[in-house]
Design a protein around this ligand. Structure first.
Ligand SMILES: C[S@@+](CC[C@H](N)C(=O)[O-])C[C@H]1O[C@@H](n2cnc3c(N)ncnc32)[C@H](O)[C@@H]1O
Length: 218
């Protein structure tokens, strides 16, 4: 096992070199869940690991009150500049999700993250993040996330750097999820769905699980 590069620097560099690393269009996950969020009557969304904001802008333009965070200052700065140009109001923060979420209990109707929990986070860290999400969600609120799964063409490829974690030739560490891991990590939530889908955004096709969790009503 070789030394890993710091992943935050890796994202800063990627976003500095490319204004739209994942493209400008909303992700397949955002398109898949927008109907559910609308039907649920959700108004406020916390988006974690928002990158350069392809989904942030999609939700904000649909009228949701969006708070978005990422540990990449480059990503957040890009969103801030674009939001100003478009006259959109967003809550933005540079924040590492391994630290406590900077919001009071029961602040949001929904929490959303596309391909964040599938980054270089241990299972223990992911468990912590999911419990923090539970705290900031209102009772009955949804936590919708996606993770790359063990059917992904990159699973088991390249450099093995930890349990279910592999570093690809671009230098990014990815944590791949067997279905069992999703179930294990749902503690405290009602698990409403696990569905496989593909993300076709550049630079390659990825296989993921869409996971829908609900905070139980009191
Ligand atoms: C695969 S990218 C997805 C970006 C965005 N959700 C999208 O689909 O366009 C993962 C994002 O998670 C962010 N990230 C990784 N680890 C993080 C952490 N510990 N805290 C906050 N953000 C993190 C990265 O900076 C990156 O923007």
């Amino acid at each position: 096992m070789e030394e890993k590069k710091d992943q935050r620097d890796q994202w800063e560099k990627a976003y500095r070199n490319n204004e739209d690393f994942f493209g400008e269009e909303p992700s397949e996950l955002a398109l898949s869940v927008i109907g559910t969020l609308e039907e649920e009557g959700a108004k406020s969304i916390l988006e974690m690991g928002c990158g350069q904001g392809r989904d942030t802008f999609f939700f904000a333009r649909k009228g949701f009150d969006v708070h978005a965070l990422d540990y990449s200052a480059e990503g957040i700065e890009r969103i801030r500049a674009k939001a100003e140009e478009d006259g959109l109001e967003l809550g933005l923060a540079v924040h590492d999700v391994r630290d406590p979420l900077p919001f009071p209990d029961e602040s949001f109707d929904a929490v959303y993250s596309h391909m964040l929990l599938t980054m270089e986070l241990t299972e223990e860290e992911i468990g912590y993040v999911l419990q923090e999400c539970l705290r900031v969600l209102r009772p009955g609120g949804l936590n919708i996330y996606s993770v790359r799964n063990d059917h992904d063409p990159h699973y088991g490829q390249f450099l093995h750097v930890g349990e279910d974690m592999y570093q690809n030739p671009m230098g990014f560490v990815v944590h791949f999820f067997p279905e069992e891991k999703v179930r294990r990590l749902s503690e405290g939530y009602l698990l409403e769905g696990i569905k496989e889908f593909e993300d076709t955004s550049p630079p390659f096709v990825k296989k993921l699980y869409e996971v829908v969790l609900r905070k139980p009503e009191r």
